[in-house]
Ligand binder design. Structure first.
Ligand code: GDP
Ligand code: GDP
Length: 437
């Protein structure tokens, strides 16, 4: 299991710990994505194992009266949705009322909780940490998010508590796993219902028994696919849905378990920060993307100019990844909803696309010859050949060169754009590496 949530009252160091856990990685990833859209969700990696981290602090509405209630809701949700909850407390202030309240919620599900005494910057404060034992959540684990001392041991313990990495569908059976994600009220449940109705009998008995229950297999309209987390969409709880945090936790689970994510955007609201947060999760996880603009039936302006504007805006906001389909749909009138499925299936095929080495070289080498990488420090850079690496999550290509370290980002982007022109990778990220030969 893979989802870690950091909880605790304000100022205990949640965001500091979050940054420490994902910091280095984030820097690498955002270099590619060119953004720093999101400070609440990230991927951490330790000894080769990757896991997701959510900082609940990022969602707290900062107004005094809703404050404690808000924290209480988030902590409750974190214990339901996360695999491991890091409960941060502050040794410099000791136990506060709010710590007590948070602890009382967490004690109901204490198996998932790791109590962390933060700000143990020196040995003395490690002794102070002992007082938190009285919260009834076991021995506090001393950490210092600020200095990072002891972080290795801490991460070992986090991995130990997470247990083995058992993501659903880790084994690939060639059937697309599709999730429908989006803000609350974007129309996710409506779309799912429009596709598959309320009938239960359409669920084939081939439904994967070895798989996590988050996947439900459907064989409908000529499409054989898994819908990810429909139960979660259907069994929704309006109170919870109001919380962005809840929808984000749900989205993380769904996205991590899918191949293709259909991002529903509400046409009447346009693109909002929350949509971009979800895109960010999709991109961090290297998932394929179909954007569906829903509620098109009630959009004010449906002129070609409006459609163009919508499309352009979305691509700009999601840049530099712009090669994905955008479909205008209505879950209510069912306009183009089958196109969504068909497109998701095609995007899945693009994700699985294999290009033979001979074809790849026949097409790419002349392009590279005509536009070689710019020479660096007077050195001539020669790309000799290329090939696709088999059995990767997304199409991954290696270009062998004499001086790969001198090939810069713009050239890499040029190669990627050329490949996207020659082969259909619509909706899917691809990896391109340059290696020594
Ligand atoms: P959050 O509100 O829980 O997200 O807390 P922050 O991460 O914003 O941290 C609150 C304050 O505590 C900031 O001034 C941090 O610099 C400080 N802080 C965080 N971790 C540590 C730590 O390990 N040691 C010390 N001394 N200060 C820390
Ligand atoms: P979810 O929270 O994303 O699952 O959204 P719901 O499916 O519950 O939809 C939220 C609201 O939007 C409901 O009142 C739906 O009837 C309405 N809705 C969803 N899709 C459409 C659509 O295509 N057109 C219109 N007019 N309303 C829609």
């Amino acid at each position: 299991m893979n989802l870690v949530a950091i909880v605790g009252r304000p100022n205990v160091g949640k965001s500091t710990l979050f940054n420490r856990l994902i910091g280095q990685r984030q820097a690498i990833v955002s270099d590619v994505a060119g953004t720093t859209r999101d400070r609440q969700y990230g991927k951490a990696e330790w000894t080769g194992r990757e896991f997701s981290v959510v900082d609940t602090g990022g969602w707290v509405v900062n107004s005094d009266d809703v404050f404690e209630e808000e924290i209480r809701k988030q902590v409750t949700l974190a214990t339901e949705e996360a695999d491991l909850v890091l409960f941060l407390v502050d040794v410099k202030t000791g136990i506060t009322d709010l710590d007590q309240q948070v602890a009382s919620i967490l004690r109901r599900n204490s198996g998932k909780v790791m109590l962390c005494a933060n700000k143990c910057d020196d040995n003395m404060s490690q002794y102070a940490a002992a007082e938190f034992y009285s919260l009834g959540l076991g021995d506090p684990y001393p950490i210092s998010a600020a200095t990072g001392s002891g972080t290795g041991d801490f991460l070992d313990e986090v991995l130990r508590r997470l247990g083995p990495d058992t993501k659903a569908g880790a084994e690939d059976d060639g059937i697309p796993r599709i999730s429908i994600v989006g803000r609350p009220n974007a129309g996710k449940s409506s779309l799912v219902n429009a596709f598959i109705g309320e009938e239960r009998n359409i669920v084939t008995d081939r439904a994967g028994t070895t798989r996590d229950s988050i996947l439900t297999r459907y064989d409908k309209f000529g499409f054989d696919f898994y819908l990810v987390d429909t139960a979660g969409i259907r069994r929704k709880n309006k109170v919870k849905e109001d919380l962005e945090f809840y929808s984000v936790m749900r989205a993380i689970r769904a996205i991590e378990n899918s191949d293709v994510c259909v991002l529903l955007i509400d046409a009447t609201r346009g693109i909002e920060a929350q949509d971009l947060n979800i895109v960010n999760i999709i991109q961090r996880n290297n998932k394929s993307l179909v954007v569906a603009i829903n509620k098109w039936d009630i959009a004010d302006d449906k002129s070609p100019a409006a459609i163009q504007y919508f499309e352009n805006t979305i691509r700009q906001r999601l840049a530099p990844f712009t090669d994905f389909p955008v479909i205008f749909v209505s879950a209510v009138t069912k306009q183009r909803i089958y196109r969504v499925m068909e497109t998701a299936k095609n995007v899945y095929l693009n994700r699985k696309r294999r290009v033979t080495t001979s074809k790849l070289n026949a097409v790419m080498l002349p392009i590279i010859e005509a536009t070689p990488p710019p020479s660096m420090k007077g050195k001539y850079i020669k790309i000799k050949y290329c090939s696709q690496i088999p059995n990767t999550q997304i199409p991954t290509f290696v270009f062998y060169a004499n001086l790969p370290q001198y090939i810069r980002e713009p050239y890499k982007r040029f190669i990627e754009n050329q490949m996207r022109e020659k082969w259909d990778f619509h909706g899917t990220p691809i990896n391109i590496y340059f290696r020594q030969k």
